[in-house]
Design a protein around this ligand. Structure first.
Ligand code: NDP
Length: 322
Protein backbone atom coordinates (compact mmCIF):
# COMPACT_ATOMS: atom_id res chain seq x y z
CA UNK A 1 0.00 0.00 0.00
CA UNK A 2 1.00 3.65 -0.35
CA UNK A 3 1.85 5.62 2.78
CA UNK A 4 3.70 8.72 3.89
CA UNK A 5 6.81 7.83 5.86
CA UNK A 6 9.08 9.95 8.06
CA UNK A 7 12.66 8.61 8.32
CA UNK A 8 14.21 11.70 9.92
CA UNK A 9 12.80 14.79 11.63
CA UNK A 10 12.60 18.07 9.76
CA UNK A 11 10.51 20.29 7.49
CA UNK A 12 7.67 19.18 5.20
CA UNK A 13 10.23 17.69 2.77
CA UNK A 14 10.82 14.73 5.13
CA UNK A 15 7.29 13.45 4.34
CA UNK A 16 8.05 10.72 1.78
CA UNK A 17 5.44 8.91 -0.29
CA UNK A 18 6.39 5.21 -0.28
CA UNK A 19 5.17 1.68 -0.87
CA UNK A 20 5.00 -0.34 2.38
CA UNK A 21 3.38 -3.68 3.32
CA UNK A 22 -0.32 -3.56 4.17
CA UNK A 23 -0.78 -4.28 7.90
CA UNK A 24 -3.02 -7.08 9.24
CA UNK A 25 -5.30 -6.70 12.27
CA UNK A 26 -4.44 -8.58 15.46
CA UNK A 27 -6.55 -9.29 18.53
CA UNK A 28 -9.00 -6.45 19.22
CA UNK A 29 -7.98 -4.59 16.05
CA UNK A 30 -9.62 -3.63 12.77
CA UNK A 31 -8.17 -2.89 9.34
CA UNK A 32 -9.60 0.39 8.00
CA UNK A 33 -9.43 1.37 4.33
CA UNK A 34 -8.81 5.10 4.64
CA UNK A 35 -10.88 7.40 2.45
CA UNK A 36 -9.97 10.72 4.09
CA UNK A 37 -7.29 11.59 6.66
CA UNK A 38 -7.27 14.75 8.78
CA UNK A 39 -4.19 16.99 8.88
CA UNK A 40 -3.60 18.38 12.36
CA UNK A 41 -0.98 20.58 13.96
CA UNK A 42 0.18 17.64 16.06
CA UNK A 43 1.32 15.98 12.80
CA UNK A 44 3.82 18.82 12.35
CA UNK A 45 5.08 18.34 15.93
CA UNK A 46 5.64 14.62 15.20
CA UNK A 47 7.36 15.47 11.91
CA UNK A 48 9.68 18.00 13.53
CA UNK A 49 10.40 15.80 16.57
CA UNK A 50 8.86 18.26 19.05
CA UNK A 51 6.72 15.31 20.21
CA UNK A 52 8.90 12.22 19.99
CA UNK A 53 7.74 9.03 18.29
CA UNK A 54 10.14 6.28 17.18
CA UNK A 55 11.48 6.62 13.61
CA UNK A 56 10.56 5.65 10.95
CA UNK A 57 6.82 6.23 11.25
CA UNK A 58 3.67 6.96 9.27
CA UNK A 59 2.15 10.24 10.53
CA UNK A 60 -1.51 11.13 10.96
CA UNK A 61 -3.80 10.62 13.95
CA UNK A 62 -7.24 11.01 12.36
CA UNK A 63 -9.09 9.31 9.52
CA UNK A 64 -12.41 8.06 8.20
CA UNK A 65 -13.04 5.01 6.05
CA UNK A 66 -14.47 1.51 5.86
CA UNK A 67 -13.68 -1.55 7.99
CA UNK A 68 -12.09 -4.10 5.63
CA UNK A 69 -11.14 -6.82 8.11
CA UNK A 70 -11.24 -7.50 11.85
CA UNK A 71 -8.97 -9.53 14.13
CA UNK A 72 -10.13 -11.91 16.89
CA UNK A 73 -12.24 -10.61 19.78
CA UNK A 74 -13.62 -7.55 18.02
CA UNK A 75 -17.19 -6.72 19.03
CA UNK A 76 -17.35 -2.98 18.39
CA UNK A 77 -17.43 -3.02 14.56
CA UNK A 78 -17.99 -5.34 11.57
CA UNK A 79 -16.55 -5.57 8.08
CA UNK A 80 -18.23 -2.93 5.91
CA UNK A 81 -18.93 -0.44 8.72
CA UNK A 82 -18.31 3.23 7.94
CA UNK A 83 -16.05 4.53 10.71
CA UNK A 84 -13.77 7.33 11.88
CA UNK A 85 -11.10 7.47 14.56
CA UNK A 86 -8.51 9.67 16.20
CA UNK A 87 -5.50 8.73 18.30
CA UNK A 88 -3.32 5.97 16.86
CA UNK A 89 -0.52 7.07 14.53
CA UNK A 90 -0.56 5.97 10.86
CA UNK A 91 -3.47 7.73 9.14
CA UNK A 92 -1.42 9.11 6.21
CA UNK A 93 -1.83 5.80 4.36
CA UNK A 94 -4.23 3.73 2.27
CA UNK A 95 -4.89 1.37 5.19
CA UNK A 96 -4.42 1.50 8.96
CA UNK A 97 -4.77 -1.04 11.74
CA UNK A 98 -6.63 0.54 14.64
CA UNK A 99 -7.78 -0.79 18.04
CA UNK A 100 -11.50 -1.45 17.47
CA UNK A 101 -12.26 0.29 20.76
CA UNK A 102 -11.12 3.59 19.17
CA UNK A 103 -13.49 3.37 16.17
CA UNK A 104 -16.66 5.42 16.00
CA UNK A 105 -19.42 4.37 13.58
CA UNK A 106 -20.57 7.17 11.30
CA UNK A 107 -24.22 8.16 11.31
CA UNK A 108 -26.10 8.28 7.99
CA UNK A 109 -25.60 11.58 6.25
CA UNK A 110 -22.02 12.15 7.46
CA UNK A 111 -19.59 11.58 4.59
CA UNK A 112 -15.97 10.49 5.04
CA UNK A 113 -14.47 13.93 4.38
CA UNK A 114 -16.71 15.63 6.92
CA UNK A 115 -15.98 12.91 9.49
CA UNK A 116 -12.21 13.19 9.03
CA UNK A 117 -12.55 16.97 9.19
CA UNK A 118 -14.48 17.17 12.43
CA UNK A 119 -13.74 14.25 14.74
CA UNK A 120 -10.48 15.37 16.36
CA UNK A 121 -11.02 19.12 16.30
CA UNK A 122 -14.74 18.85 17.13
CA UNK A 123 -14.12 16.64 20.16
CA UNK A 124 -11.39 19.09 21.18
CA UNK A 125 -13.88 21.97 21.05
CA UNK A 126 -16.27 19.74 23.02
CA UNK A 127 -13.97 18.85 25.90
CA UNK A 128 -12.52 22.37 26.20
CA UNK A 129 -15.97 23.96 26.56
CA UNK A 130 -17.78 21.17 28.43
CA UNK A 131 -15.12 19.67 30.69
CA UNK A 132 -11.85 21.63 31.01
CA UNK A 133 -13.62 24.93 31.65
CA UNK A 134 -17.37 24.27 31.35
CA UNK A 135 -18.70 27.48 29.84
CA UNK A 136 -21.99 28.89 31.07
CA UNK A 137 -24.20 31.80 30.00
CA UNK A 138 -22.67 35.05 31.22
CA UNK A 139 -19.09 33.85 30.71
CA UNK A 140 -16.77 35.57 28.26
CA UNK A 141 -14.19 33.43 26.44
CA UNK A 142 -11.17 34.50 24.41
CA UNK A 143 -10.43 32.10 21.53
CA UNK A 144 -7.10 32.55 19.76
CA UNK A 145 -6.72 31.56 16.08
CA UNK A 146 -10.51 31.66 15.86
CA UNK A 147 -10.56 30.89 12.12
CA UNK A 148 -8.33 27.81 12.44
CA UNK A 149 -9.44 24.19 12.28
CA UNK A 150 -10.14 23.98 16.00
CA UNK A 151 -10.93 27.70 16.22
CA UNK A 152 -14.00 27.78 13.96
CA UNK A 153 -15.50 24.80 15.81
CA UNK A 154 -14.58 26.16 19.24
CA UNK A 155 -16.30 29.48 18.52
CA UNK A 156 -19.50 27.67 17.47
CA UNK A 157 -19.55 25.31 20.45
CA UNK A 158 -18.76 28.12 22.91
CA UNK A 159 -21.74 30.03 21.51
CA UNK A 160 -23.94 26.94 21.93
CA UNK A 161 -22.95 27.03 25.64
CA UNK A 162 -24.25 30.61 25.85
CA UNK A 163 -20.89 32.36 26.29
CA UNK A 164 -19.79 35.67 24.81
CA UNK A 165 -16.89 34.92 22.47
CA UNK A 166 -13.98 37.17 21.56
CA UNK A 167 -11.80 35.72 18.80
CA UNK A 168 -8.34 36.64 17.55
CA UNK A 169 -7.21 36.16 13.92
CA UNK A 170 -4.45 37.43 11.63
CA UNK A 171 -6.40 38.79 8.64
CA UNK A 172 -9.67 40.50 7.66
CA UNK A 173 -10.71 37.38 5.67
CA UNK A 174 -10.25 35.23 8.76
CA UNK A 175 -12.12 37.82 10.84
CA UNK A 176 -15.13 37.46 8.55
CA UNK A 177 -15.05 33.67 8.95
CA UNK A 178 -14.80 33.89 12.75
CA UNK A 179 -17.78 36.29 12.79
CA UNK A 180 -19.76 33.94 10.55
CA UNK A 181 -19.02 31.15 13.05
CA UNK A 182 -20.61 33.30 15.75
CA UNK A 183 -17.80 35.28 17.39
CA UNK A 184 -19.25 38.38 19.07
CA UNK A 185 -16.03 40.37 18.64
CA UNK A 186 -12.92 39.70 16.58
CA UNK A 187 -9.47 41.20 17.20
CA UNK A 188 -6.77 41.30 14.51
CA UNK A 189 -3.91 40.33 16.83
CA UNK A 190 -1.36 40.98 14.10
CA UNK A 191 -2.37 44.66 13.99
CA UNK A 192 -3.96 45.39 17.37
CA UNK A 193 -2.72 44.80 20.93
CA UNK A 194 -5.12 42.02 21.87
CA UNK A 195 -4.63 42.53 25.61
CA UNK A 196 -5.68 46.20 25.36
CA UNK A 197 -8.60 45.27 23.07
CA UNK A 198 -9.86 42.56 25.44
CA UNK A 199 -9.72 45.03 28.34
CA UNK A 200 -11.62 47.59 26.26
CA UNK A 201 -14.27 45.07 25.20
CA UNK A 202 -14.79 43.90 28.80
CA UNK A 203 -14.78 47.36 30.46
CA UNK A 204 -11.39 46.64 31.99
CA UNK A 205 -12.55 43.42 33.68
CA UNK A 206 -11.09 40.64 31.53
CA UNK A 207 -12.43 37.23 30.47
CA UNK A 208 -13.34 34.09 32.40
CA UNK A 209 -11.28 31.79 30.19
CA UNK A 210 -8.67 31.98 27.45
CA UNK A 211 -8.54 29.02 25.07
CA UNK A 212 -4.88 29.41 24.13
CA UNK A 213 -3.55 27.41 21.16
CA UNK A 214 -0.96 29.85 19.82
CA UNK A 215 1.47 29.37 22.71
CA UNK A 216 4.77 31.25 22.80
CA UNK A 217 3.69 34.50 21.07
CA UNK A 218 0.46 35.08 23.03
CA UNK A 219 0.81 33.23 26.35
CA UNK A 220 1.91 36.07 28.59
CA UNK A 221 -0.65 38.56 27.35
CA UNK A 222 -3.32 35.87 27.56
CA UNK A 223 -2.67 35.65 31.32
CA UNK A 224 -3.19 39.43 31.52
CA UNK A 225 -6.59 39.10 29.82
CA UNK A 226 -8.09 37.01 32.65
CA UNK A 227 -10.42 38.01 35.46
CA UNK A 228 -9.18 37.07 38.95
CA UNK A 229 -9.52 33.27 39.31
CA UNK A 230 -9.82 32.95 35.53
CA UNK A 231 -8.68 29.91 33.52
CA UNK A 232 -5.80 29.83 31.10
CA UNK A 233 -6.42 26.70 29.04
CA UNK A 234 -3.19 26.18 27.10
CA UNK A 235 -4.01 23.47 24.56
CA UNK A 236 -1.57 24.16 21.72
CA UNK A 237 1.58 25.92 20.56
CA UNK A 238 1.19 26.88 16.89
CA UNK A 239 3.78 29.68 17.31
CA UNK A 240 6.13 27.53 19.42
CA UNK A 241 6.27 26.08 22.94
CA UNK A 242 5.79 28.31 25.99
CA UNK A 243 9.09 28.68 27.90
CA UNK A 244 9.48 27.47 31.51
CA UNK A 245 7.07 29.28 33.81
CA UNK A 246 7.09 30.37 37.48
CA UNK A 247 3.77 29.35 39.15
CA UNK A 248 4.04 32.37 41.46
CA UNK A 249 2.95 34.46 38.43
CA UNK A 250 -0.51 32.84 38.73
CA UNK A 251 -0.78 34.31 42.25
CA UNK A 252 0.38 37.78 41.18
CA UNK A 253 -2.05 37.95 38.28
CA UNK A 254 -5.13 37.01 40.35
CA UNK A 255 -5.08 33.41 41.65
CA UNK A 256 -5.35 32.15 38.09
CA UNK A 257 -5.74 28.53 36.99
CA UNK A 258 -3.43 27.08 34.34
CA UNK A 259 -4.01 23.72 32.66
CA UNK A 260 -2.37 22.02 29.66
CA UNK A 261 -5.00 19.51 28.47
CA UNK A 262 -4.90 17.06 25.58
CA UNK A 263 -7.74 15.25 23.83
CA UNK A 264 -6.59 11.71 24.55
CA UNK A 265 -7.13 12.21 28.30
CA UNK A 266 -10.70 13.38 27.63
CA UNK A 267 -11.64 10.36 25.48
CA UNK A 268 -9.71 7.78 27.47
CA UNK A 269 -12.63 5.39 27.96
CA UNK A 270 -14.81 4.10 25.13
CA UNK A 271 -17.84 5.48 26.93
CA UNK A 272 -16.42 9.03 26.95
CA UNK A 273 -15.21 8.70 23.34
CA UNK A 274 -18.66 7.64 22.12
CA UNK A 275 -20.40 10.34 24.14
CA UNK A 276 -18.22 13.19 22.76
CA UNK A 277 -18.13 11.82 19.21
CA UNK A 278 -21.91 11.24 19.35
CA UNK A 279 -22.54 14.85 20.35
CA UNK A 280 -20.20 16.26 17.69
CA UNK A 281 -21.39 14.06 14.81
CA UNK A 282 -24.99 14.64 15.91
CA UNK A 283 -24.54 18.42 15.78
CA UNK A 284 -23.04 18.13 12.30
CA UNK A 285 -25.82 15.83 11.07
CA UNK A 286 -28.48 18.23 12.36
CA UNK A 287 -26.77 21.29 10.86
CA UNK A 288 -26.06 22.84 14.28
CA UNK A 289 -22.28 22.66 13.77
CA UNK A 290 -20.78 23.75 10.44
CA UNK A 291 -17.52 22.21 9.23
CA UNK A 292 -15.29 24.27 6.95
CA UNK A 293 -12.89 22.29 4.78
CA UNK A 294 -10.04 24.61 3.78
CA UNK A 295 -8.40 22.30 1.25
CA UNK A 296 -7.95 18.66 0.21
CA UNK A 297 -4.65 17.26 -1.09
CA UNK A 298 -3.83 13.85 -2.59
CA UNK A 299 -2.00 11.67 -0.05
CA UNK A 300 1.23 11.95 -2.06
CA UNK A 301 1.17 15.73 -1.54
CA UNK A 302 1.23 15.61 2.27
CA UNK A 303 4.23 17.95 2.29
CA UNK A 304 2.14 20.63 0.53
CA UNK A 305 -0.64 20.14 3.08
CA UNK A 306 1.84 20.72 5.92
CA UNK A 307 3.26 23.80 4.21
CA UNK A 308 -0.23 25.25 3.96
CA UNK A 309 -1.04 24.56 7.63
CA UNK A 310 2.22 26.07 8.86
CA UNK A 311 2.03 29.06 6.49
CA UNK A 312 -0.88 30.48 8.51
CA UNK A 313 -2.94 30.71 5.32
CA UNK A 314 -5.46 27.98 6.04
CA UNK A 315 -8.88 28.61 7.57
CA UNK A 316 -10.62 25.42 8.65
CA UNK A 317 -9.62 21.82 8.01
CA UNK A 318 -6.99 20.39 5.69
CA UNK A 319 -7.56 16.83 4.43
CA UNK A 320 -5.53 14.18 2.61
CA UNK A 321 -7.12 11.63 0.26
CA UNK A 322 -5.37 8.37 -0.63
P1 NDP B 1 -5.03 25.79 12.93
O1 NDP B 1 -5.91 25.56 11.76
O2 NDP B 1 -5.59 26.56 14.08
O3 NDP B 1 -3.70 26.48 12.42
C1 NDP B 1 -2.89 27.19 13.28
C2 NDP B 1 -3.30 28.68 13.35
O4 NDP B 1 -2.56 29.28 14.41
C3 NDP B 1 -2.92 29.46 12.12
O5 NDP B 1 -3.84 29.38 11.09
C4 NDP B 1 -2.79 30.86 12.68
O6 NDP B 1 -4.04 31.52 12.68
C5 NDP B 1 -2.38 30.63 14.14
N1 NDP B 1 -0.99 31.01 14.37
C6 NDP B 1 -0.58 32.02 15.19
N2 NDP B 1 0.73 32.13 15.18
C7 NDP B 1 1.21 31.21 14.32
C8 NDP B 1 2.52 30.88 13.86
N3 NDP B 1 3.61 31.52 14.31
N4 NDP B 1 2.63 29.87 12.98
C9 NDP B 1 1.57 29.21 12.53
N5 NDP B 1 0.30 29.49 12.92
C10 NDP B 1 0.12 30.49 13.81
O7 NDP B 1 -4.47 24.40 13.46
P2 NDP B 1 -5.27 23.24 14.22
O8 NDP B 1 -6.71 23.60 14.29
O9 NDP B 1 -4.86 21.94 13.64
O10 NDP B 1 -4.63 23.31 15.67
C11 NDP B 1 -4.72 24.50 16.45
C12 NDP B 1 -3.92 24.31 17.72
O11 NDP B 1 -4.63 23.47 18.60
C13 NDP B 1 -2.54 23.69 17.52
O12 NDP B 1 -1.63 24.37 18.36
C14 NDP B 1 -2.74 22.27 17.99
O13 NDP B 1 -1.56 21.71 18.49
C15 NDP B 1 -3.77 22.45 19.08
N6 NDP B 1 -4.60 21.27 19.32
C16 NDP B 1 -4.56 20.74 20.58
C17 NDP B 1 -5.36 19.70 20.92
C18 NDP B 1 -5.36 19.23 22.33
O14 NDP B 1 -6.18 18.38 22.70
N7 NDP B 1 -4.51 19.72 23.19
C19 NDP B 1 -6.20 19.02 19.93
C20 NDP B 1 -6.20 19.68 18.64
C21 NDP B 1 -5.40 20.74 18.36
P3 NDP B 1 -4.02 33.13 12.42
O15 NDP B 1 -3.51 33.28 11.02
O16 NDP B 1 -5.41 33.59 12.58
O17 NDP B 1 -3.08 33.69 13.44
Amino acid sequence: MKAIRVHSHGGPEVLRYEEIPQPAPGKGEALVRILAAGVNYIDTYHRRGLYQVPLPFTPGVEAAGVVEDVGPEVSEVQVGDRVAYTGPLGAYAEYAVVPASRLVKLPEGIDFSTAAAVLLQGMTAHYLTHSTYPLKPGDTALVHAAAGGVGLLLVQVAKMRGARVIGTVSTEEKAALAKEAGADEVILYTKQDFEAEVKRLTDGRGVHVVYESVGKDTFEKSLNCLLPRGYLVLFGQSSGPVPPFDPQILNQKGSLFLTRPTLQHYVATREELLQRAGDVLGWVASGKLKVRIDSTFPLGEAAEAHRRLESRQSAGKILLKP
